[in-house]
Design a protein around this ligand. Structure first.
Ligand SMILES: CSC[C@@H](O)[C@@H](O)C(=O)COP(=O)(O)O
Length: 366
């Protein structure tokens, strides 16, 4: 996607700068567009843990490059396995991270150590190219959902889409998942408007989704997370589209905390609730999302404090709660498949069921 008129991906390699890895520091957006240069595996692990990079597909891609950086230091078997395990453990819920590391190891294990660095950069590059292509394809398959609503209504008024967290291009290598159909609809001249859940506690909606949509000229309104049910009751939402960090083989969906409540409100109000994902987000090894997906528990400080920019232009964190109040911070929840209208994948749309997924991905369903 473009920033100004310049096309960017959310991760890239600079061969002229020692094959370093470059990302946007997402903890500084929307106030500052800072590029981080990562030159060793520890920096990559830190960037993922602290959410300088985030979003399921993007952390997989960046971790893949992290392994390439690690192999430059030591490409022997034992070091490679140790560093791969360290990177895979940086965040627990998004399956793309484990998927990317396993794919890297499948390519690298048969090679001699001397050949591994070049192969690792090559494989990480392939992961990035494929992610960008898959997300573009998700956009093409999701677009008709928006077109149908616009055509059915026929009044030219905006199609109102609610989204949660950030599943845009900055959360992937390019295009995004939930936002890809929205970008395509907007680019084709459809009248779309996005309700952006602020997404406490880290405000990925207010900070990142609003920044992305604004940069692309897509009309949007940020709302408090608790507003979604009210908006749906008053027919102000035509469609919900969210991303996901892990989908089970039966169609349960783990995504940013609060997604489940939006799905409940959507069901109660007859609003279609769609989930957009590349197949790299499907965990074919698990069936029951509620019991089998590890939910990341993050520091309570993210709940008791909030970061923003002051009128003087300083980025500051202020405290919201009385000293001594404890906070719990589960970062994801699981929406049962029965509440999901359907899944938008790079191969098309399907029901959120084992049969639906298996029909689209027979070679992986087994
Ligand atoms: C295309 S990204 C899909 C998900 O990763 C996204 O919705 C999400 O929940 C991100 O969580 P985060 O904790 O910000 O990494």
């Amino acid at each position: 996607m473009k920033i100004g008129n310049v096309p960017y991906r959310s991760v890239w390699v600079d061969q002229d700068d020692g094959w370093s890895i470059h990302i946007f520091d997402q903890t500084r957006l929307p106030w500052n567009l800072d590029v981080l240069r990562l030159t060793d595996m520890e920096q990559v692990a830190h960037a993922i843990r602290t959410m300088q990079v985030r979003g399921a597909p993007l952390i997989g891609a960046v971790a893949a490059y992290g392994l390439a950086l690690a192999l430059r230091v030591d490409a022997a078997d034992a070091a490679m396995e140790r560093d791969a395990a360290l990177l895979a453990a940086t965040r627990p819920t998004a399956i793309n991270l484990r998927w990317a590391i396993e794919r890297m190891l499948d390519r690298l294990r048969p090679l001699a150590p001397a050949d591994r660095v070049a192969a690792a950069y090559d494989e990480a590059g392939r992961i990035c190219d494929e992610d960008a292509a898959q997300n573009e394809s998700i956009g093409r398959h999701g677009l008709p959902l928006i077109e149908e609503i616009a055509a059915r209504r026929g009044d030219g008024k905006p199609v109102n889409i609610l989204t949660h967290c950030n599943a845009g291009w900055i959360a992937t290598v390019d295009w995004g998942t939930a936002l890809a159909p929205i970008y395509m609809a907007h680019d084709r001249g459809l009248n779309v408007h996005v309700w952006v859940d602020e997404t406490r506690p880290r405000n990925q909606g207010a900070a990142l989704t609003a920044w992305e949509l604004g940069s692309h000229g897509v009309p949007h309104t940020v709302v408090a997370d608790n507003a979604g049910g009210h908006l749906m009751q008053h027919r102000a939402v035509d469609l919900v589209i969210v991303g996901t960090d892990r989908v089970t083989r039966a169609g349960d969906v783990a995504n940013k905390i609060g997604t489940y409540l939006k799905a409940l409100a959507a069901r109660d109000n007859g609003v279609p609730f769609w989930v957009a994902l590349p197949s790299t987000t499907i965990d074919w090894r698990v069936r029951d999302g509620l019991t089998e997906i590890p939910i990341e528990e993050r520091n309570g400080d993210e709940v008791t404090a909030i970061t923003g920019r002051t009128a003087a232009g300083l980025i500051e964190t202020v405290h919201l709660t009385p000293p001594g109040s404890r906070a719990a911070n589960p970062a994801f929840d699981v929406t049962p498949a029965r509440l999901v209208t359907g899944l938008i994948t790079e191969r098309g749309c399907c029901e959120a069921t084992g049969a639906g997924l298996a029909a689209l991905f027979p070679e992986q369903a087994g």
